[in-house]
Design a protein around this ligand. Structure first.
Ligand code: NAD
Length: 415
């Protein structure tokens, strides 16, 4: 199977073929500008020391400071972080926010660590990366298995290291430390706005449509809540333990409350016999109107794409489809609303948080959500126009839009 990064290079090739931009630009978008790696020792609760490998990949900063989340996952490696950093550069250009692209990660399963161990690990990461990050240089945020508490520890360690307050160095912080209202639900709300824009353009009504969601963490659980509030019927959800099926519509609030205590969905079904329990991967094959991958990359590949039965895929995860899967689904007539557009609400509200951090201003929730709506609608309209005029699928259109914006910035800088 092609790696996640090779998949990105394939997407880039397709976009360049359709867009026809300069080969200099292509070369620059094939390679990260900086790769920072470190191995740091962390003291465990029992007094022993354990080594952890950590990364920060800074892909492109032609349009502004590097920007991207930090992931804690046992499978995280340099290839994954490179691909995620590249997608961030594309995403920020699609949304027209003044950031470049970066990503960070630590190869670790945080579920095996106590809070104290996670805190010391977060601080060790910041000790390794302090020279490379900063409010005008590179601005981290949460991603898979990191959250606002981890951002609070990271912010504090950065400020300790540089000897001053710097709230704009990290986004996705708790509200009490300068976080933004609306940040935790932003990725999902941006996805909902993207879906609404597509349905409005194609004269479809979301009321009564059925939805299956893979992943019930930050992105997946808020998507379930927001879509159920809009009258969609969430018939299946999955985390890594199991898929739960309930054709009348799952009880989203009860599931969110359950997951707050870090309990697996499989255990929820043991107390609720009306739910059918299936293997986690069976979520991919549910017969629904909309399938939402909100877990990890490469969920749909050439081996399982033909079994997908949804009409629309809303990509809240980064890179959930391989290149081959994208082709198979295109032939099947499945509409894919791609990651660099559909999940860009998170980085957009991160940008709003960064602006608030720099100005000391505080925006109310309505302001944040209205501004997010406008940004998502503008990005959707620009991509839909390219898709229509150039006869390309949405994903290629998003890349073409990003390439033209990156090319302008790089030309002006003489890069
Ligand atoms: P998270 O750690 O909060 O949740 C991940 C969820 O995926 C968990 O419920 C986990 O059990 C589930 N999962 C893992 N493997 C699975 C499998 N094989 N089948 C079913 N479920 C599985 O992470 P998150 O922040 O919600 O991120 C999810 C995806 O969304 C990632 O690809 C991330 O890069 C992307 N994303 C997140 C944000 C954000 O703001 N959090 C922004 C943009 C993109």
């Amino acid at each position: 199977m092609t790696t996640f990064f090779e998949n990105y290079l394939g997407l880039l090739d397709r976009a360049f073929e359709a867009h026809g931009a300069s080969s200099d630009l292509k070369e620059q978008l094939k390679t990260p500008k900086h790769i920072h790696e470190a191995t740091k020792s962390v003291v465990m609760d029992d007094g022993t020391e354990r080594d952890f490998h950590m990364y920060r990949v800074q892909f492109n900063d032609a349009r502004g400071p590097f920007k991207g989340g930090i992931r804690f996952h046992p499978q995280t490696d340099l290839e994954e972080v490179k691909a995620l950093a590249a997608l961030m550069a594309i995403k920020c250009a699609v949304l027209n926010i003044p950031f470049g692209g970066a990503k960070g990660g630590i190869t670790v399963d945080p579920r095996g660590l106590s809070d104290g161990e996670q805190k010391r690990l977060a601080e060790a990461y910041i000790d390794a990366m302090t020279p490379h990050i900063g409010p005008d240089k590179d601005i981290p945020a949460p991603d898979v298995q990191t959250n606002e508490q981890i951002m609070a520890w990271m912010l504090t360690q950065y400020e300790r290291n540089v000897g001053m307050h710097a709230p704009a160095v990290i986004t996705g912080k708790p509200l009490a430390l300068g976080g933004s209202l609306g940040r935790s639900s932003a990725t999902s709300l941006g996805g909902v706005f993207t879906l609404e824009a597509y349905l409005a353009e194609t004269n479809q009504d979301m009321g009564g449509m059925t939805v299956a969601i893979q992943g019930f963490g930050n992105a997946g659980s808020y998507a379930a809540k927001l879509l159920a509030e809009r009258g969609m019927c969430i018939t299946a959800v999955a985390d890594s333990s199991a898929a739960l099926i309930y054709d009348q519509g799952v009880d989203v609030e009860a599931l969110i409350a359950w997951k707050k205590d870090h309990k697996p969905l499989r255990a929820f079904a043991a107390e609720h016999p009306e739910y059918t329990v299936m293997p986690a991967d069976s979520i991919l094959y549910r017969d629904v109107d909309v399938f939402i991958p909100a877990a990890l990359e490469n969920a749909i590949t050439k081996h399982n794409a033909a079994q997908v039965r949804a009409r629309i895929i809303l990509e809240l995860a980064n890179g959930p489809l391989t290149l081959e899967a994208d082709d198979i689904l295109e032939k099947m007539g499945v509409v894919v609303l791609p990651d660099v557009l559909a999940n860009a609400g998170g980085v957009t509200v991160s940008y709003f948080e960064w602006v608030q951090g720099r100005t000391g201003d505080r925006w109310d929730l309505q302001t944040v959500e209205e501004k997010l709506h406008q940004k998502m609608q503008d990005a959707y309209d620009a991509c839909a126009k390219i898709a229509k005029e150039r006869g390309v699928r949405f994903r290629t259109a998003t890349f073409m839009l990003a390439l033209s914006r990156l090319e302008t910035a790089m030309k002006l800088r003489g890069l």
